[in-house]
Write a protein that binds this ligand. Structure first.
Ligand code: EPU
Length: 417
């Protein structure tokens, strides 16, 4: 199993290019299930989750072609097997995103229930409730969701809570429904907007993506399209935090700064100088950061996917920061590992109080999920001595060539087998 060996203490300096967004790429690939015409996606990040999704789609009969620039062409002309088996769904919960498109175009789908995961239970009841409102007949038995409909019908759906993949699943399904669908309490995440843009290019009629009311007028068929995937705002944020934590100075190219207001705001509060020019973000940090309080909430508030990285930042900051996680019930597992590096963190329910210390000390630590792994890498870059991060397969799910990019910024980091 691969591990990352980091010798910390080097302020990051230099330039890197931001990759395409994982959480936009995954739903966008599923949109290929809605049409028998080719869908071309550019700026696809080279990640384990992307490979898993391609495997799942090709197993269903989607023709997949990937060129050397990671431009992916998907063609669902001859869909055969509308099944998402347990062994794939359990490794990647985003597999649930095939459900809406499959039932909308294929009339049926069988998708394994995702089950709980390290960061929380993560039920899919809102996806199922919405599809039922659109007229799908849903059964859950033997660990599988079966959904059937001859043609979905437009409906008004009020989500009980804000769900990103839930909104995406229902928006895709509604594109081919008969009549108009209104999704209220929709997620406003930029990845929802990116998906809506691509669906619109395919011929869908969508209004309000990026607001909490999304209206979809169903059409009979969708066509093909070419779409460039948005920049990964969480990868961007992670590199910005790594630069701030090490007292570095970096330039990130091909970013989408508009999607990062909450994160950039908190970095400035921590003392970083952040400049934005078009698609370029520059960050420079002198001395130790000041601690910041962070409360996660749906977009445009502070993203849960950046919470762990900010805990690492607070761990070496001056003063104490309070971190409140409101999205997932078990997303503090990195705290124990950060403590192994010398961080002072006290957790009570969904709140962590992080008292900054002047130095962390390298140690062996274990990654427990994707963003937890990123926080351990950030901490390792700051810590004195060697940090060995184990179980980095989590990291490979969502960060493209992270050790190469960090090495380009001067970090002493290498992958060991
Ligand atoms: N929830 C329900 N019922 C549902 C759906 C969600 O109770 O039917 C709850 C969840 O358990 C959670 C909250 O609602 O407590 C929000 O979950 P959401 O559905 O928004 O999460 P998701 O769509 O499964 C996506 C990202 C996550 C990111 C969250 C929150 C993708 C593929 N995944 O997950 O990304 O943390 O939104 O922003 O888009 C990551 O990249 O590391 C990651 C976990």
């Amino acid at each position: 199993m691969d591990r990352l060996l980091i010798r910390g203490g080097v302020p990051l300096a230099g330039e890197v290019r931001v990759s395409g967004a994982k959480n936009a790429a995954l739903p966008l690939m599923c949109a290929a299930l809605l049409t028998d015409r080719p869908l071309r996606l550019g700026n696809v990040p080279h990640l384990r989750d992307v490979t898993t999704m391609l495997r799942l789609l090709s197993q269903m009969g989607v023709e997949v072609n990937v060129d050397e620039t990671m431009c992916v062409e998907l063609c669902g002309a001859s869909l055969g097997n509308p099944l998402a088996p347990y062994d794939l769904v359990k490794t990647m919960r985003a597999s649930i995103l095939v459900l809406g498109p499959l039932v909308a175009r294929h009339g049926q789908a069988r998708v394994s229930l995702p089950g709980g995961c390290a960061i929380g239970q993560r039920p899919v009841d809102q996806h199922l409730k919405g599809l039922a409102a659109l007229g799908a007949e849903i059964q859950v038995e033997q660990g599988y969701i079966t959904a059937r409909a001859s043609r979905l019908r437009g409906a008004r759906i009020v989500a009980d809570l804000v769900t990103v993949t839930g909104t995406e699943n229902l928006m895709m399904a509604a594109c081919l429904a008969d009549g108009t669908t209104v999704i209220e309490n929709a997620a406003r995440e930029p990845e929802v907007v990116d998906l809506a843009r691509c669906l619109t290019a395919m011929g869908a009629r969508i209004r309000g993506a990026g607001t909490d009311v999304v209206t979809v007028e169903g059409v009979r068929d969708l066509g093909g399209a070419s779409h460039r995937i948005m920049a990964d705002r969480i990868e961007t944020g992670t590199f910005l935090v790594a630069a701030a934590a090490t007292g570095g100075s970096v330039v990130l190219r091909d970013a989408d700064p508009d999607t990062l207001d909450a994160v950039i705001g908190k970095l400035r509060e921590a003392g970083a100088e952040v400049g934005v020019d078009g698609r370029t973000i520059r960050l420079a940090m002198r001395g130790r950061p000041a601690s910041v309080n962070v409360r996660t909430a749906p977009y445009p508030a502070f993203p849960t996917d950046m919470q762990a990285q900010f805990m690492a930042l607070d761990a070496i900051a001056t003063g104490a920061g309070v971190i409140t996680e409101t999205i997932f019930e078990n997303r503090f597992m990195h705290a124990q590992e950060l403590a192994r590096l010398g961080a002072d963190i006290e957790i009570s329910g969904n709140t962590a109080v992080v008292r900054g210390v002047p130095h962390l000390q390298g140690a062996a630590v274990m990654a427990t999920d994707l963003r937890a792994s990123a926080s351990l890498v950030v901490a390792g870059l700051v810590a004195e001595g060697e940090t060995l991060v184990d179980r980095i397969y989590h990291l490979d799910r969502g960060y493209e060539a992270i050790e190469e990019k960090l090495a380009r910024l001067g970090a002493r980091i290498k992958r060991v087998h």
